[in-house]
Design a protein around this ligand. Structure first.
Ligand code: PBG
Ligand code: ZN
Length: 344
């Protein structure tokens, strides 16, 4: 066995002599698991997460979404029970998306105090006053055309300022229902100023706004649109969401929302945009969130289900990458799985 003879000779040489001199040996701090923990720079905890919930009317409804195994459309009673489980896992923050029974051209259900989202906030808050409830503020789930505001039919795009007006109304509906934080996701210019003025004017000056401040027109939202039933009936969202190719504009978008009074900034999607997360983090002093979106979830889920990856390991590695890039908050469909992993 020539090979093992060589091996033994080399090992013997370095165990009897001093070894090579190197001032820096990075492996010194990697040998002991406790030392590895001591020098670990990035930590993921249950405090980092916001878990998305999709709410529709009815009772006892829990419908799994084909494109996102483990993610469900739920009726309010089921969501209330779900919050019980979330709390037992140490997860106290949720972001709610409403799926209304009736959609129309302006998304009236979102403007109604008895609409799905307002009712859900009230009911969940009543059952769980200790849950932190964030509401997604947009119109695409509520409009019959699936776009994020009022449509300019000629230009086939969303009217910015008209949408601002009804966005202010939607924010008041959320606030009155008891939302703890409002998260506008429509990428309308001037949205933060509009919402801040509307909320302050109605007596909600202490209600925080987490802006989807840098949101790209992304193919990674595909599975979400199945769950939220919000696929645009014509065209796409490229006239209001950002071009994935633009880095300077991505930073300008978030910094503009900071100047308008946003309390928390966000980059969405997360995984393909971690360079943007880091750049905005370095340019702001505000807390930052990432949205680990539906397509990112589905990619790992289906790879795991097909035994192509060690699912749990890759999920954790992904969460760490968000924190390392500068995220303080992670909105993720993996939150419950991560909480369970952290418990072990
Ligand atoms: C609504 C909204 C979307 C997502 C969050 N809020 C979809 C979209 O812009 O089409 C995507 C979330 C996900 O993919 O998980 N504006
Ligand atoms: Zn939208």
């Amino acid at each position: 066995m020539v090979k093992s003879f060589l091996r033994n000779a080399i090992i013997a040489k370095y165990s009897t002599t001093k070894g090579l001199t190197m001032f820096q040996r990075f492996r010194r701090t990697r040998l002991n698991p406790h030392l590895r923990a001591l020098v670990r720079e990035t930590h993921v905890t249950t405090d980092d997460f916001i878990y998305p919930l999709f709410i529709r009317s009815g009772e006892g409804i829990k419908t799994e979404v084909a494109s996102m195994p483990g993610v469900y459309q739920m009726s309010i009673d089921v969501a209330v029970k779900e919050c019980e489980e979330l709390k037992s896992l140490g997860l106290y923050s949720v972001i709610l998306f409403g799926i209304p029974d009736v959609k129309d051209s302006i998304g009236s259900d979102a403007l109604c105090e008895h609409g799905i989202i307002a009712t859900a906030v009230r009911e969940i808050k009543k059952a769980h006053p200790d849950m932190f409830i964030v509401t997604d503020l947009c119109f695409c789930e509520y409009t019959d055309h699936g776009h994020c505001g009022i449509i300019d039919e000629e230009k086939e795009t969303v009217l910015n300022d008209a949408t601002l007006e009804i966005s202010g109304q939607q924010a008041i509906v959320h606030a009155k229902a008891g939302a703890d934080m409002i998260a506008p996701s429509g990428m309308m210019d001037g949205i933060i100023t509009t919402l801040r003025e509307a909320l302050d004017g109605a007596g909600y000056s202490e209600l925080p706004i987490m802006s989807y401040s840098t949101k790209f027109a992304s193919g990674y939202y595909g599975p979400f649109r199945d769950v939220a039933e919000s696929t645009p009936s014509f065209g796409d969202r490229a006239s209001y969401q950002m071009d994935p190719a633009n880095r300077r504009e991505a930073i300008a978008e978030s910094i503009s929302d900071e100047a308008q009074g946003a309390d928390i900034l966000m980059v969405k999607p997360a995984l393909a945009y971690l360079d943007i997360v880091r750049e905005i983090k370095d340019a702001t002093r505000l807390p930052m969130a990432v949205y680990n979106v539906s397509g990112e979830y589905a990619m790992l889920k289906f790879a795991g289900m097909n035994d192509l990856i060690d699912y749990e390991r890759v999920v954790m590695e992904t969460m760490v990458s968000f924190k390392r890039a500068g995220a303080d908050i992670i909105i993720s469909y993996h939150a419950k799985e991560v909480a369970k992993m952290l418990k072990r």
